[in-house]
Design a protein around this ligand. Structure first.
Ligand SMILES: [Zn+2]
Length: 147
């Protein structure tokens, strides 16, 4: 029987790694650009990113010229996690939002999970929203008051 072809793991660029590899001045320049695009509010509020937003709804901080191999495209929320914990996101994990707001960069709204955890979390929240008509009732009351 022929040996199964060994699958080479796909090299994926760790876009957030510049935090640890760039010279301090260069790193600070990009971090300043990053924070200038975040609406930093109270500790429990969403800190929304107002930079480049991808079609999938996540924020992006482009670093370097487009098309160049050195180009980095760290996702805004992932960057928030890396800055807060001062470490790279462990392989195989993703940064998920407790608040379901994809452009939110408040580290206290972020947690690490697998793709599966994230999907289960999203599913549970959708289910809870359906089971909890409170939001709908509040909206209805507001509408009634404004009449
Ligand atoms: Zn949030």
């Amino acid at each position: 029987m022929p040996e199964p072809l060994e699958k080479k793991p796909k090299e994926t660029k760790v876009h957030e790694a510049f935090i640890f590899t760039y010279q301090p001045a260069e790193k600070q320049k990009h971090l300043d650009r990053y924070w200038s695009r975040i609406d930093k509010r109270g500790p429990d509020d969403c800190w929304e990113f107002y930079g480049c937003i991808l079609s999938n709804g996540y924020g992006l901080l482009p670093i370097g010229k487009s098309g160049r191999p050195q180009r980095l495209e760290p996702r805004a929320h992932r960057l928030a996690w890396v800055i807060k914990y001062n470490m790279l996101i462990p392989k195989g994990l993703c940064v998920c939002h407790r608040c379901d707001n994809k452009i939110c960069c408040n580290p206290s709204h972020l947690f690490l999970g697998t793709i599966k955890t994230n999907l289960v979390d999203m599913h549970m929240k959708k289910k809870l929203n359906r089971l909890n008509p409170k939001k709908h009732t509040e909206k209805k009351q507001k509408e009634e008051k404004s009449i």
